[in-house]
Design a binder for this molecule. Structure first.
Ligand code: MG
Length: 367
């Protein structure tokens, strides 16, 4: 199925709620209110068009579009759109010296998503069925209401409607200048929500090792489900020491760029819960491989963010793990994701089931 046309776009979408995490802040340390969404539309000789997207928060968006338009599009023309594995490796090797993780990989993810979308449309099947149809839905936790700039009552007010809908828990950010502030906020949220609600916390790489040990021990007393990204993502031995020292599970992976980087963490026994980001690892093709590594290590996978595409892998190949409800890109898509009784269902339409209206592109396009 020959590729005949590749179109690229770049959108900048307003966030439904401004965000602020330990290392993600806007000007003067305040909240961030927009998310970048590079797009690729790949068309084939039979008139099928697949849509793929990438995301970034604090830059790199125009560069990602350039990689898609100037480097990847010429390589894809006349290729067989069904050869997702061959094309993934072709793109990887072509830009390996400037890529392997980061913007190149994130552009590669957009192409990979578009190719899977085409495959599903041609097969007349949703992608999760093509991947293996492991389950029909995944449980959801709420993750867009626990930012650092919010006080405890604002966070609780944000969490409650989603818990009332049946979501099983929430995640909140930690990583204030004084870690005791974080402990106090987590205690207060725990008290407000009660002992039955699942709570995870995310430090976004804020601490050094001694601080992470101190905070981790406190969090164990509060019944926190996991401690996410306590240390710099490059610090594999530090995470190994921490995982051995603490009882609370260490979750990470959103900043890792390939199966090779996950393998390094697994070999060092430095992670308990794997959180691949479907865009940052290079798409569905690579995320399935990360899931296989986790399977061999007998560790859970909890996909990071990007719920609209992660749901395909979460239901296609995983029999456990949840979806992080963070509707940052929701307003770009024609239809909202389906959630019933706290569980997300992949679209039943062929492919990814994600349509981006031309009107939305016109409205949010960056030239
Ligand atoms: Mg995180």
């Amino acid at each position: 199925m020959k590729i005949t046309h590749v179109r690229t776009e770049l959108l900048r979408m307003p966030l439904p709620r401004p965000m602020q995490a330990a290392h993600s802040t806007g000007k003067k340390g305040g909240p961030v209110d927009k998310v970048n969404m590079p797009l690729v539309f790949i068309s084939t000789e039979d008139g099928t068009t697949g849509v793929g997207y990438s995301w970034s928060l604090l830059g790199g968006d125009t560069a990602t579009r350039c990689i898609l338009r100037d480097d990847f599009a010429p390589l894809l023309i006349d290729e067989d759109a069904l050869d997702h594995e061959r094309l993934w490796h072709r793109l990887y090797k072509r830009l390996q010296t400037g890529g392997r993780r980061g913007l190149v990989t994130q552009a590669q993810a957009a192409v990979d998503l578009a190719l899977w979308d085409i495959k599903g449309k041609i097969a007349g099947m949703p992608v999760y069925k093509l991947l293996g149809g492991r389950r029909e839905s995944a449980p959801v936790y709420y993750s867009d209401g626990g930012w650092l700039y919010m006080n405890v009552s604002e966070m609780v007010a944000a969490f409650e409607p989603y818990l009332a809908q049946g979501m099983f828990g929430i995640k909140m950010k930690i990583g204030h200048a004084d870690y005791r502030t974080d402990i106090q906020r987590v205690r207060e949220v725990r008290k407000a929500l009660g002992d039955k609600i699942w709570i995870a916390v995310d430090a976004n790489q804020k601490w050094d090792y001694p601080t992470a040990v101190r905070v981790g021990r406190e969090l164990e007393q509060i019944g926190i489900a996991w401690l996410e990204e306590p240390l710099l993502c490059e610090d594999v031995p530090g995470h190994a020491r921490l995982a051995a020292e603490l009882d609370i599970p260490i979750a990470l992976g959103e900043t890792l760029g390939s199966r090779y980087e996950f393998a390094a963490y697994l070999r060092a026994e430095a992670v308990d819960i794997l959180q691949p980001d479907i865009i940052r690892v290079g798409g569905i093709t690579e995320m399935v491989k990360v899931a296989t590594l986790a399977d061999v290590a007998n560790l859970p996978v909890e996909p990071h963010h990007m719920m609209e595409s992660s749901i395909q892998v979460a239901c296609g190949v995983l029999d456990s793990g949840s979806i992080e409800y963070m509707p940052w890109l929701a307003s770009a898509f024609a239809e909202h994701v389906t959630i019933k009784d706290g569980r997300m269902f992949p679209p039943k339409k062929p492919g990814l089931g994600l349509e981006i209206p031309e009107e939305t592109i016109r409205r949010f396009r960056v030239d």
